[in-house]
Structure formats: C-alpha cells, structure tokens
Design a protein around this ligand. Structure first.
Ligand code: IDP
Ligand code: MG
Length: 138
C-alpha cells in the first residue's frame, strides 16, 4: 500500500466540484486516510510549491492556491501515486485524456482542479506539510 497527497484546488472548491471529485476518488478504490479544508496563506503556498520557485508561473500559482479554500487529503491504494496522477490527467486540461478529473473539471493549465504528489519522496514531504500522524487514520 502506498500513500499520496491529493488537493482539490480553490477553483474546483469554488465551483462546488469537491463532492464529485471525492466520489471519483472513492469509486476508483482509493481509501481516504485524512481530509480537511484549508485556506492557504501565500507563505504556506510558497512553501508547498518551493520546488517551483524559479518557474515563471510561481507567483501566479501561489496567488491562485491561496485565493480560496482547498481540500487536502491523504489517499491510500496500491500504487496510489501513479494511479492518482493517472486519474487526475495531464497538467494542461487541453492535453488531458477523456474522463480524467482535469479533463472534466479544470479551467486551464494553472487552474487545474487537483494536485497529486509525483514520487514517494514528494508524497512524504507533502503529506507531512499538511498532516501530523494523529490526523491520519491507520
Ligand atoms: P502537476 O500539478 O501536473 O504535477 P507541475 O508541473 O508540478 O504540474 O506544476 C504545478 C502546478 O503549477 C500545476 O498543477 C499548475 O497549477 C501550475 N502550472 C504548471 N505549469 C504551468 C504553466 O505553464 N502555466 C501556469 N501554471 C502552471
Ligand atoms: Mg507536480
């Protein structure tokens, strides 16, 4: 079993798509081991996306991520990291496969509905960024 961090980003929460996205997550067999709603600060978003701080979209991305509440979750499944990224679809919804969450719910390459960790090391960092061990069910 593997764990990954998922975020329903502020664009999707604002449009009341959280329930439908969570329904997809559960229908695909992921177990939700932790969940909460957060309104990130600019500093909190900058820390989370620190790997992207030299990228041209960093300032816009971190403004967007603190523009409204987000839902953060720990998902567990066999191969959770790759399976959640496959279910999310490509970063740019214009390039995302039919039926993926980004194809169905994302507005554009920045406001793209969901986040998922991309490797075991980033999943460990990202889970610990938002949850302590008492907040994750066994
Ligand atoms: P990922 O979320 O698919 O892993 P990353 O390359 O890690 O994509 O980028 C992190 C986030 O930054 C994306 O989900 C998206 O919100 C934003 N982003 C990535 N590339 C661009 C871009 O070219 N323009 C605007 N925003 C971008
Ligand atoms: Mg990424």
């Amino acid at each position: 079993m593997e764990r990954t961090l998922a975020i329903i980003k502020p664009d999707a929460v604002a449009k009341s798509h959280s329930g439908r996205i969570i329904e997809r997550i559960e229908a695909e067999g992921f177990k939700i081991k932790a969940i909460k709603m957060l309104h990130l600060t600019k500093q909190g978003a900058e820390g989370f996306y620190a790997v992207h701080k030299e990228r041209p979209f960093f300032n816009d991305l971190t403004d967007f991520m603190c523009s409204g509440p987000a839902v953060v979750m720990v998902l567990e499944a066999d191969q959770a990291i790759i399976r959640w990224r496959t279910l999310m679809g490509a970063t740019d919804p214009a390039e995302a496969t039919e039926g993926t969450i980004r194809k169905n719910f994302a507005e554009n390459k920045e406001r793209n509905a969901v986040h998922g960790s991309d490797a075991p090391e980033t999943a460990a960092f990202e889970i610990s960024y938002y949850f302590n061990s008492l907040e994750i069910v066994g």
